[in-house]
Design a protein around this ligand. Sequence first.
Ligand SMILES: *Cc1c(COP(=O)(O)O)cnc(C)c1O
Length: 235
Amino acid sequence: MIKENLQSIRATIPQGVTLVAVSKFHPVEALQEAYDAGQRIFGESRENEFKAKVAVLPTDIEWHFIGHLQTNKVKYIAPYVSLIQSIDTERLLDEVERQAVRFEKERVARFGDACIDVLLQLHVAQEESKSGFFPDELLQLLENVNIRERWPHVRLRGVMGMASFVDDPNQWRKEFRQIRACHSALLDGPLKAQGISSEQFNILSYGMSDDYQVAIEESTNMVRIGTSIFGHREY
Ligand SMILES: *Cc1c(COP(=O)(O)O)cnc(C)c1O
């Protein structure tokens, strides 16, 4: 089933859009099946589960962390993570910087580079419960900090966001546009001013099982899909 699901999803995703298979709460056998069907990028949302899966699955998997990350847990994923998609506070960036330095040896051995790639998570949905920076808040933060001096081992790669949990494609579309607008504002403003290029800050991560087709229409280049690949999660 997983193989067929992956094939039919891939058929709907244009070239240039990266598919992250969101495997949280699914057993390693399910991930192995996706791996055998050619999937190499997986997204996890809990530190323990992340670490346990990294330990037993093939080493050429690219692991993304997509869930809410507590500062005291960064150390568990820092040696292995390819992309932290869920940076939602300034403090968390400070901690990622610290752990990148601490695990420099491990990261250089694994990736050839100590720096950790991250996405800035934006809060565009209506639900209070979702985390992330508000676009204005993020813009202001980056305008007032020397990015390379403060976080020399963190590479800002783009933005991530989630649409509201409503059954309304127009609402999703509106929120995806807010994410994209914030990406442009960051790029044209504080990032360009500090020499961070559009080649580096080039990831737009939005779109999940229910809304990824709309996300593609709204120029996403990274979709994070769980349920449509692996089925429903049992929490
Ligand atoms: C769980 C999760 C997904 C995947 O959601 P599905 O609806 O199962 O595709 C994507 N992004 C984030 C941040 C998630 O937590």
